[in-house]
Design a protein around this ligand. Structure first.
Ligand code: SAM
Length: 247
């Protein structure tokens, strides 16, 4: 099996995705910075500002950061809440979580973050138990996206919010051609230099090209039962933030 243009069965897709993140886990954070020129940090900051987690309250504020990998979003949310929010960083990949747990030891509020191995399609979590569900650059890796969104809706409390940050198709003239060239000519070789293998990054580019457009993805959120669905584009449409509420 390779990741080329061929379509892979859904069960196989998860296997391929798991191998990719197993292979890159230790270099994942470095690659993110190199490939995005650090810009992924700005998008993640923008996502957390949009969430605006409370800094105090009468009840705990619980967040599920799905496909949370090495914990970037979890750390940001806890910091933004001045240590009030409790974040469960969940990911299907134990290697990504291991890197996250090591990093977490030096975070400002390490006690507010826990790590959970879980598949977004089938969460081992109670219904109506989270105030927010976040997923950054994760949903396009999940084979059955609708199933994951249904699960997100299930675990959210009424009044809870979902935020999905994901790459999108660049359609801004000028930037489009540059982005394609960058994706095809820069990312795979850069991936090979840093991680010893270009294939995971070939997968990465294709998974972005295959991800549903904002209108279709928005309708999937609505189908899962989420209300007031909207989206905002960042940096010439390279990334898009989706928001919805469980009302
Ligand atoms: N959220 C982090 C970030 O923004 O840097 C990590 C994103 S990383 C590109 C995608 C993550 O999705 C990987 O850690 C991968 O293991 C995880 N993933 C893939 N399929 C998954 C699934 N079915 N359930 C949960 N996590 C999954």
């Amino acid at each position: 099996t390779h990741f080329g243009e061929q379509t892979v069965a859904l069960e196989d897709k998860q296997g391929l995705v798991n191998k990719v993140f197993h292979d890159v886990a230790d270099r994942y954070d470095l690659m993110n910075d190199l490939m995005s020129g650090g810009v992924h940090r700005l998008w993640k900051d923008a996502m957390v500002s949009e969430l605006a987690p409370p800094r105090a309250g009468t009840r705990p504020y619980r967040v599920l950061d799905m496909a949370g990998g090495t914990g970037d979003i979890g750390e940001r949310i806890v910091n933004a809440s001045m240590g009030y929010a409790e974040v469960v960083v969940a990911d299907i990949n134990a290697d990504m979580l291991r890197v996250g747990a090591e990093r977490a030891r030096s975070w400002r509020y390490p006690g507010q973050v826990s790590f959970l191995e879980a598949n977004a399609e089938e969460l081992p979590l109670e219904s109506n138990s989270f105030d927010a569900y976040t997923i950054a650059f994760g949903i396009r890796n999940v084979p059955r996206i609708q199933k994951a969104l249904d699960e997100a809706h299930r675990v959210l409390k009424r009044g809870g919010r979902i935020l999905v940050l994901e790459f999108s198709q660049v359609d801004v003239p000028g930037l489009e051609a540059f982005y394609k060239l960058y994706s095809d000519r820069v990312i795979p070789p850069l991936g090979r230099v840093v991680t010893g293998d270009a294939q995971p990054y070939q997968y990465f580019i294709e998974s972005i090209r295959k991800f549903p457009d904002p209108a279709l993805f928005g309708s999937m959120l609505a189908k899962a039962g989420l209300k007031r669905v909207k989206h905002t584009s960042y940096t010439g449409n390279i990334a898009t933030l989706f928001s919805g509420w469980k009302i």
